[in-house]
Design a protein. Structure first.
Length: 149
């Protein structure tokens, strides 16, 4: 296992490494992070589970998904499910959502501070882009999905 550190914690590259790190450290921090992500996905009804053996047909594009394990600055373990949308055909009317860097946030805050304005910041624990599409897409759930693999 190649060592990757973030904020003093060893970070796994995949689900199997996450389970191994939990075993080595005698805890469930990484699996808990995965299960939190999956419960939020269920809560938002992000996927329709068609069950094992479902054949989506040739008109469906398969999007590969995986969890990216990370540790926030406060030690919070996170495992968001990431879709490899860059691997499929992008429709012409596709929308893009961007993320601001901490450097960009500081640059934006500076003029406000000089003007005596108050800045309010937040961290969104789990954000989803929800939109109906004309295209049919599906994923194949991996081992992190437990009994729904």
């Amino acid at each position: 296992m190649q060592l990757m550190l973030s904020h003093g914690f060893q970070v796994p590259r995949n689900h199997a490494e996450a389970l191994e790190l939990n075993r080595i450290n005698s805890n469930t921090m990484w699996r808990d992070a995965e299960l939190t992500e999956l419960s939020q996905i269920d809560e938002h009804k992000s996927f329709l589970d068609e069950g094992v053996g479902f054949n989506p047909g040739s008109e469906c594009q398969c999007i590969k998904v995986h969890m990216v394990h990370a540790v926030k600055h406060d030690g919070w373990h996170k495992a968001p499910l990431i879709a490899g949308g860059h691997l499929i055909e992008t429709p012409v009317n596709s929308a893009c959502s961007s993320v601001i860097s901490s450097r960009g946030a500081r640059i934006l805050a500076f003029p406000g501070e000089l003007s005596g304005l108050k800045a309010w910041w937040t961290d969104i624990g789990n954000a989803f882009l929800d939109m109906h599409t004309k295209e049919k897409v599906h994923i194949i759930a991996g081992p992190e999905f437990g009994d729904r693999e």
